[in-house]
Design a protein around this ligand. Structure first.
Ligand code: CP
Ligand code: NVA
Length: 313
């Protein structure tokens, strides 16, 4: 008879936010992502998630997150069920609580994209399988893991380097702030008044001793930065009614060639995509030599494989 000690129910490892992990855990994830990328290039078949199924629930549109997660789980030997909340009873008022319990009976992990971060946390609270944040109104941690991998491929270790964020202090910016604390890089955000990152995020970064500062001047943020990052001026969770006011407030925050010239020689340009040329970024920048946005998009696949292996493995 087995003398195994019953440690009680195993708690699932969720991937909800960068701040939930230690620098060592995040560093290991980036290392694993880089290794999986090399293995894919040389055609090493690895199927650590054979027999595992990921449910992907979308309350908002997606190209990169949807395709990269589906390809990632399949290349790791597993399978995916892709669900739009519109087609689910969740979209007709079934509770997140019941949805969490039911999906947990069918699948080995759940990825959620939602415009309400409270739903993600409720799902994680009630699911007995791992829950992965595929973007909320407040954060986008999978994106930032891909961004760190991309930075390091082009510029070497990110620790001690300087990153500029110019534009909206939005969900993606919030995950960048958490990453600055965990990966030890300096982050300078230039955002118009009224569009700064949420005070809770900035207070958290301060308490963690992160080198994060926010101002209103794009030139100040760009000065001697190793990477320039921006994102759309109107996120999926923002009301279309705000589009005109936002376009006006953000007009001086477009990433132009002139602004890129304030960064260090060889600085890279990052954007999570989808991009709007002539709004947050000039076409000559995103389509120019400093831009690594398609490497960044590809790296969603490799970073998420490492996240899937951590959570579902
Ligand atoms: N960057 C990103 O998350 O893209 P999608 O909205 O296409 O998934
Ligand atoms: N901030 C953007 C990111 C899209 C990937 C949004 O939330 O719409």
């Amino acid at each position: 008879m087995s003398a195994a000690i019953d440690l009680g129910p195993k708690r699932p490892v969720h991937f909800l936010d960068i701040k939930d992990f230690t620098p060592e855990q995040l560093r290991a994830l980036i290392g694993h992502a880089a290794q999986l990328k090399r293995q894919r290039r040389i055609g090493v078949p690895k199927k650590p998630l054979a027999g595992k199924t990921l449910a992907m629930v979308f309350e908002k549109p997606s190209t990169r997150t949807r395709v990269s997660f589906e390809v990632a789980i399949k290349e790791l030997g597993g399978d995916a069920v892709v669900l739009s909340s519109r087609d689910m009873q969740l979209g007709r008022g079934e509770t997140v609580h019941d949805t969490a319990h039911v999906l947990s009976r069918f699948v080995d992990g759940i990825m959620l994209r939602t415009g309400d971060a409270r739903k993600l946390h409720a799902l994680a609270q009630h699911a007995s399988v791992p829950v992965i944040n595929g973007l909320t109104d407040l954060s986008h941690p999978c994106q930032i893991m891909a961004d760190i991998l991309t930075f390091e491929e082009h510029k070497g270790p990110i620790k001690g380097r300087k990153i500029a964020w110019v534009g909206d202090g939005n969900n993606v910016a919030a995950s960048f702030i958490e990453a600055a604390a965990r990966f030890g890089f300096a982050l300078r955000l230039a955002c118009p008044a009224g569009y700064w990152p949420r005070p809770e995020v900035l207070e958290w970064a301060k308490a963690e001793g992160a080198d994060v500062e926010v101002g209103i001047d794009p030139d100040w943020a760009a000065d001697s930065a190793d990477a320039m990052v921006t994102d759309t001026w109107l996120s999926m969770s923002d009301s279309e009614d705000q589009a005109a006011a936002r376009a006006q407030a953000f007009a001086p925050y477009q990433v132009t060639a002139e602004l890129m010239a304030k960064t260090t020689e060889g600085a890279i340009f990052l954007h999570c995509l989808p991009a709007h040329r002539g709004e947050e970024v000039a076409a000559e920048v995103i389509d120019g030599p400093a831009s690594v946005v398609f490497d960044e998009a590809e790296n969603r696949l490799h970073a998420q494989k490492a996240i899937l292996a951590l959570c579902l493995g």
